[in-house]
Design a protein around this ligand. Structure first.
Ligand SMILES: [Zn+2]
Ligand SMILES: [Zn+2]
Length: 309
């Protein structure tokens, strides 16, 4: 089968055996490229790329794959918190183990989330980033009475706004920088930030966006960060003086008995404008190297680039 393999600094199209062994075989329909995939290349990964993907099982069921598998044998996994499984990191798809940017993929049954009607499998590469955003809202305890701002208007920022809206927040603020981001902000009904917020969701993944998030938080508020990782200067002084809680949010899991991956898929099904807006580019698998170049190019108005194997 054809697959896209990390070959830093780029990717390459390769011919590999179909995956064998345990788990369910799916025909992959779409795999998205996100900033993490670009980071994995920087880290020197040589695995098959892709952790945001969806496909169709042999019986015709369309599924998204929750790519943090966990070990399925520890207390965190028992509760559905695969993201907190200490074995989940070492098997990160597309980084440390084979990802889903290939014609076929084999996933454990527990990782499969059937798609709701109304969500096309070719749009379902968005379920993963939507789940990241959805989980971030849960980690910040977003609810109808909270004032919420989002910093960073990439795909996860847009999806964080619509997640907060789905949880009952009116007038979610979104800090945008580029023209396509302002257009998307209008389309989804978000507003420009003004004043201070109970909960600020940081999705920009940079030191400056984390500092901005703390600046937007009210004293005693919460900043949820889902994109910041690695060596940065933390905004300790301002967070301390305002007693702002800095809350990490990693991936997605089961929240109060409900699976965030399934809830995020429902959100996408209910708002078809999200896939139309956020999937800005689609490429066949043979053009994957070009797809990665486009995903890197910030000048092109990119939200998500999707490869269709
Ligand atoms: Zn991602
Ligand atoms: Zn585990």
């Amino acid at each position: 089968m054809r697959a896209v393999r990390n070959a830093p600094p780029d990717v390459e199209l390769v011919d590999v055996d179909e995956p064998e062994g345990d788990g369910e075989l799916l025909r992959v329909a779409a795999a998205g490229i996100c900033a993490s995939d670009l980071l994995y290349l920087e880290y020197g990964s040589r695995e098959i790329a892709g952790h945001e993907f969806a496909g169709v099982l042999a019986d015709g069921t369309a599924v998204a794959v929750e790519p943090m598998f966990g070990c399925s044998g520890c207390p965190q996994c028992d509760q559905g918190n695969f993201n907190r499984c200490q074995s989940a990191g070492p098997t990160a798809l597309g980084m440390l183990s084979s990802g889903g940017m290939s014609e076929y993929f084999r996933a454990p049954r527990r990782a499969l989330v059937p798609l709701p009607s109304g969500l096309d499998v070719k749009d379902a590469a968005l379920v993963e980033p939507a789940s990241v955003a959805w989980h971030g809202c849960h980690m910040g305890a977003v609810g109808p009475t909270t004032r919420v701002a989002v910093v960073g208007a990439g795909a996860i920022g847009i999806l964080a706004v619509t997640s907060a809206q789905a949880m009952g927040v009116e007038d979610v603020a979104l800090e945008a920088r580029h023209r396509h981001q302002f257009e998307a902000r209008d389309l989804i009904g978000a507003v420009a930030p003004s004043g201070h917020y109970d909960i600020v969701l940081e999705t920009g993944g940079s030191e400056s966006s984390l500092h901005r998030a703390v600046a937007l938080a009210r004293p005693g508020g919460t900043v949820v960060y889902m994109g910041v990782f690695g060596d940065i200067t933390w905004p300790h002084a301002e967070a301390f003086m305002k007693e702002v809680a800095l809350r990490p949010s990693l991936g997605y899991c089961a929240h109060q008995g409900r699976r965030e991956f399934a809830e995020a898929a429902d959100m996408l099904a209910g708002r078809p404008e999200l896939a139309q807006t956020l999937i800005t580019h689609r490429f066949p698998i043979e053009d994957a190297p070009e797809a990665f170049r486009v995903a890197r190019d910030k000048s092109k108005g990119v939200f998500r680039v999707v490869v269709e194997p």
